[in-house]
Design a protein around this ligand. Structure first.
Ligand SMILES: Nc1ncnc2c1ncn2[C@@H]1O[C@H](COP(=O)(O)OP(=O)(O)OP(=O)(O)O)[C@@H](O)[C@H]1O
Length: 268
C-alpha cells in the first residue's frame, strides 16, 4: 500500500485520515489519507470522476464526509461549515465572484486586508489613511504582478488578471492553507504560463501552503512539491512529480481513461 502521509517537525497543516464520501451507491471518495506539510504545495489530480472535487469540497467544508477525519493545525474540522473552516485559516479561491468589479484592483485587496484587520465597514476611511495597509496591498499586488493595474476598475481587467486578483484577495486574509481550485481554468496558454510562474514563485517564497486541483498537467508538474493521484475515488499514489510521472499505475490509469495522445502528454 502506498504511504500517502508525511511527517514534519512542526506537524502537518492539514491531515486527512481515511476520508470517504458516498453519494447513494457511488463511492466518490474512498479512504483517502494525506498530510500537507507547512509551506508545501500539493496537487490533486486524476481522470474525470476520480473524486478530486469531492475531496476538495470536503476539505473546504462544502461537503460533509461520510467517514474519516480532517484535521487543520491539530484541530478537528471534520464536517464544520465552510465559513468556520475559512475563519480558522483555510481560504479557497472563488473563481472571481469575490471581486468587486466597480472597485479598483487595489481597493479590492485593501477591502480584504481591512477585513483581516477587523476594521469592518470603516475600511475606506482606514484604507485611505493607513500606510501599513497600503504597503501591504502594494506588496501583494507586486507579488501577483498586478501593480500596473492597481488603479484600474477590477471589472475592466482581463480574465487572467481577474484570477490573479482573486488569488491576491485570498492571500490578503493571510490563510495558513490556500485551496486553489483549477487556478488556470479557462485561461489562454499565455495566461496559464504567467499564472503558473506566479503560483510557483509564491510557493517557493515559503510563505504559503497550497492544496491545488488542476487539470493542466504542465501547471501541476510545474508547481507541485507532491502530487496525489486519485483514481475511482481512491489514492492511487502520492509522490514527487518525478515519482508520479514514472509510476506504472498512474500511466495505466490515464491510458485507460484518456486517449493515448492525451495520456502521453500527461506522462511527459
Ligand atoms: N452530488 C453528487 N451526487 C451524485 N454523485 C456525485 C455527486 N458529486 C460527484 N458525484 C460522483 O462522484 C464521483 C466523483 O466525482 P468528482 O466530481 O469528485 O470527480 P472529479 O475527479 O472532480 O471529476 P472532474 O475532473 O470531471 O471534475 C463521480 O462518479 C461523480 O459522478
Amino acid at each position: 500500500m502506498t504511504d500517502t502521509t508525511t511527517t514534519n517537525e512542526s506537524g502537518p497543516v492539514l491531515q486527512i485520515r481515511d476520508l470517504s464520501r458516498r453519494f447513494g451507491g457511488v463511492a466518490a471518495v474512498s479512504g483517502i489519507d494525506l498530510d500537507v506539510a507547512p509551506r508545501e504545495t500539493v496537487a490533486i489530480i486524476g481522470p474525470n470522476g476520480a473524486g478530486k472535487t469531492t475531496l476538495y469540497n470536503m476539505v473546504s467544508g462544502r461537503l460533509k464526509p461520510t467517514t474519516g477525519t480532517l484535521t487543520f493545525e491539530g484541530r478537528d474540522i471534520t464536517g464544520l461549515a465552510p465559513h468556520r473552516i475559512s475563519r480558522l485559516g483555510v481560504s479557497r479561491s472563488f473563481q472571481i465572484n469575490n471581486i468587486f468589479t466597480e472597485m479598483t484592483v487595489r481597493e479590492n485587496v485593501e477591502v480584504a486586508l481591512t477585513a483581516l484587520h477587523g476594521w469592518g465597514k470603516r475600511w475606506f476611511n482606514v484604507a485611505t489613511r493607513a500606510k501599513p495597509l497600503q504597503d501591504e496591498a502594494d506588496t501583494l499586488l507586486e507579488r501577483l504582478s498586478l501593480s500596473e493595474l492597481a488603479h484600474k476598475r477590477a471589472g475592466t481587467i482581463s480574465y487572467g488578471d481577474k484570477r490573479l486578483l482573486e488569488i491576491a484577495v485570498v492571500l490578503a486574509t493571510r490563510p495558513r492553507l490556500v485551496l486553489l481550485d483549477e487556478p488556470t481554468a479557462g485561461m489562454t496558454p499565455q495566461e496559464t504560463k504567467r499564472v503558473t510562474a506566479l503560483i510557483k514563485s509564491l510557493a517557493e517564497s515559503g510563505d504559503y501552503t497550497f492544496l491545488i486541483t488542476e487539470h493542466d498537467m504542465d501547471v501541476v508538474f510545474g508547481v507541485a512539491d507532491r502530487i496525489l493521484v486519485m483514481h475511482r475515488g481512491e489514492a492511487l499514489v502520492v509522490g514527487t512529480p518525478a515519482e508520479v510521472r514514472d509510476h506504472p499505475e498512474v500511466r495505466r490509469a490515464y491510458l485507460g481513461e484518456e486517449d493515448e495522445e492525451d495520456a502521453e502528454e500527461t506522462a511527459s
